[in-house]
Design a protein around this ligand. Structure first.
Ligand code: C2E
Ligand code: CA
Ligand code: CA
Length: 660
């Protein structure tokens, strides 16, 4: 029983309460606000009419002052509303206003009804009917105006009609009793209509609200999808797809608005080795940091994107003069070369950058990205790191490379190449210990071509495999005729050690030559090994099983040399000639060579110094503890036919060398 009562009470109080939904409160308030002038206008006009019919009949305080005061309150309310209607209200303020409106409605309903009933005794029969008519018609009007505020409308019905009905039922006048009963019925119907209307209104607001929520959710999801489709999740930079769509847009404005545009590609030198050695997790953290640094440098003039594993794309807008591009690129390289302090340790990288400028280097996205890639290759081939802007020099080189490629494909190419040999001396015994085989190509169509040029082309195509094959065969054929204490050193390209199949070809050729494996040395460059350290470990391991030796060529020109030398099965280091050039006058170069020599001693590696051109260089190097040397000072590369003579005469330079 008590529970039932409690349920009723709860139901009634929920009907009468101010709604808890902020949207519903706001909609109610807005709908009601529009009715305010009507509501009070109706009240004022009806009140003035009743006051008029009771003028001089009722005492002045009832027929003049009281209605005047009541109408003034209503007028003030309308003026306040006119002033405040443009103010944006918070949800809390709206709830407050709704509560005060409710209180005001109850108060005004009670006061106006009391006023009407107080006037009643003074009028004649018509005037009495006017009062009954006034109260009933006014309350119906007010309830209509309060339609959107169920609580206020119901309170008004109750506050006005209860005294009204009681008063007129008690009047003992059949007409007035009939009016009271009519009014009760009308009120009952109105309450039903009101409840239905209000429920529909609340439902409408609720469905509007859920539509808005759904709409917002859809917008959020589509924004998220857009982000996912266009952002690289690791670095938070735009991804490849976004990069190329931005590039298309940039080229469109460049064409139409004659605005400058250029495309850049950034490659991280040494990243692959770090990734291999320290794992992908470390590599990912590194790429994240690279992304952060590129984002720092991004501006309306330059934006960065991640277009591949460790490859980043750049778009330049506006001023794309060479000076400006170099300035921006230098800033990028400098920032990317700063040490990466990660939780797992510190890493260092360098960056190479290739740039293609619209429209000189190309007018389409494909052309520009090919040219930028080409400029990048150009930088990397020269092993300098840094920046290259695609230029006519590259254009000439592309043509030249195409010609070389054609010439390399000629069926009798094998007869056009030969091998020259450069002696490697042991300065302590003053004897030739080995020769390095160096390829020479005299093409009937293109003339003599430097190996540096044709190996680049051969490496980019599968032509490198037959080329290595023919050169190695020729070199070993020559070596087979030399005294057994003289070794042969042969250069392998990156592709030759990049897979088990490739290295198998080398092994087969070496075995077929009949030259004792312990006389053979293979030279590989750091750049060849860095591309895939774990694969290099395997292929070098396979070579070493043969019994041959392996040297690391051009040591010092790479990026992370020392960190992985000891992980590879290497026997010798060949110190790049760039360290030798200034060795006589440059203490830094001397210190570097000294530390490499010490490193070799510690790791049990032999150390060969390349590019020794003068006696003073040889003397300084000797002083630093170097014994194995190679270079023009000791002998230029010579034809195979001259090697035996050179061995016999052992042309050790006559210039005096410092004693040990
Ligand atoms: P590399 O292996 O570093 O060979 C040494 C290069 O330095 C040779 O140039 C040699 O002629 C040159 N050189 C030797 N002594 C001196 C010196 O005192 N001063 C100066 N300035 N240069 C000196 P080359 O023969 O033009 O070879 C260039 C590069 O081409 C080689 O560099 C090597 O990377 C590549 N190469 C040559 N032959 C072969 C080969 O048979 N196979 C492969 N894969 N690469 C080869
Ligand atoms: Ca070499
Ligand atoms: Ca070298």
């Amino acid at each position: 029983m008590i529970r039932k009562k409690l349920r009723y009470f709860k139901a009634i109080s929920s009907i009468l309460a101010v709604p808890s939904s902020a949207e519903l409160s706001r909609s109610q308030f807005e709908a009601f606000s529009r009715q305010i002038p009507l509501l009070y206008g109706l009240l004022i006009i009806n009140t003035v009419a009743v006051a008029y019919t009771h003028f001089r009949v009722a005492p002045n305080w009832l027929s003049i002052y009281a209605p005047f005061a009541l109408c003034s309150v209503c007028g003030a309310r309308v003026i306040l509303w006119l002033r405040a209607r443009k103010i944006e209200l918070s949800d809390v303020a709206i709830t407050k206003r709704l509560r005060s409106t409710l209180q005001l409605v109850v108060l005004l309903g009670a006061v106006f009804t009391a006023w009407g009933l107080l006037l009643y005794p003074f009028g004649d029969a018509y005037a009495k009917c006017h009062v009954a008519f006034y109260i009933s018609i006014t309350v119906i009007g007010c309830i209509f105006c309060l339609m959107h505020m169920r609580t206020a409308a119901l309170s008004m019905t109750f506050i006005v009609l209860t005294p009204f009905v009681v008063f007129f039922l008690a009047s003992q006048n059949a007409v007035l009793i009939a009016i009271a009963i009519n009014m009760m019925l009308v009120a009952a119907v109105m309450v039903v209509v009101l409840l239905i209307y209000y429920r529909d209104f609340a439902d409408l607001i609720e469905s509007q609200r859920s539509l808005l929520i759904k709409h917002a959710e859809t917008e959020r999801l589509s924004a998220e999808n857009f982000q996912l489709a266009n952002l690289d999740t690791l670095t938070r930079l735009p991804n490849r797809r976004r990069f190329f769509s931005d590039l298309d847009e940039l080229l469109l404005t460049a064409r139409e608005a004659k605005q400058g545009a250029a495309l850049g590609v950034v490659d991280l030198n040494g990243f692959k080795a770090i990734n291999d050695l320290y794992g992908h997790h470390f590599g990912d953290r590194l790429l994240e940091e690279v992304g952060r640094r590129l984002a720092i440098l991004s501006s309306p003039c330059m934006s960065a994107a991640r277009v591949g594993g460790d490859e980043f794309g750049l778009l330049f807008r506006g001023d794309v003069s060479e000076a400006r591009l170099l300035e921006l690129s230098d800033a990028i390289c400098a920032l990317l070369e700063r040490p990466y302090e990660l939780a797992e340790g510190t890493a260092r990288l360098s960056a190479s950058l290739g740039i293609a400028v619209f429209p000189d280097a190309g007018t389409t996205a494909v052309e520009l990205s090919e040219r930028a890639d080409y400029a990048l290759l150009f930088v990397k081939d020269r092993r300098r790191g840094g920046v290259a802007i695609f230029s006519s020099e590259h254009e000439t080189q592309i043509k030249r490379h195409a010609e070389i490629e054609q010439a390399l494909k000629r069926p009798d190419f094998g007869h056009e190449v030969s091998v020259f040999f450069q002696p490697i001396f042991d300065v302590s015994s003053r004897r030739i210990v080995a020769f390095e085989a160096l390829a020479r190509w005299d093409s009937p169509t293109l003339g003599a071509i430097s190996p540096a040029d044709f190996f680049v082309v051969a490496e980019r195509t599968d032509l490198i495999y037959p080329l290595t094959d023919v050169l190695l065969r020729k070199a070993l054929e020559a070596a087979a005729t030399w005294p057994s204490q003289v070794g042969i050193s042969f250069n392998l390209s990156a592709r030759d050690v990049s897979s088990a199949e490739a290295v198998d070809r080398v092994i087969r050729t070496a075995l077929a030559s009949g030259v004792a494996p312990n006389r053979i040395n293979f030279e590989v460059t750091e750049t060849a090994l860095i591309q895939n350290v774990s694969c290099a470990q395997e292929t070098l391991g396979a070579l070493k099983k043969l019994g041959v030796q392996v040297s690391l060529d051009d040591f010092g020109t790479g990026y992370s040399s020392l960190s992985y030398v000891h992980r590879l099965p290497i026997d010798k280091l060949k110190v790049d000639r760039s360290f030798v050039a200034d060795i006589a006058g440059d203490p830094v170069a001397r210190a570097v060579v000294k530390s490499i020599v010490d490193l070799c001693k510690n790791l049990g590696l032999a150390c060969i110094i390349e590019g020794v051109e003068t006696a003073s260089q040889a003397n300084v190097l000797r002083g630093l503890g170097c014994t194995l040397m190679q270079g023009y000072f000791f002998g230029r590369p010579i034809a195979g036919a001259d090697v035996l003579d050179a061995i016999a005469t052992n042309g050790f330079p006559s210039e005096t060398l410092l004693p040990n």
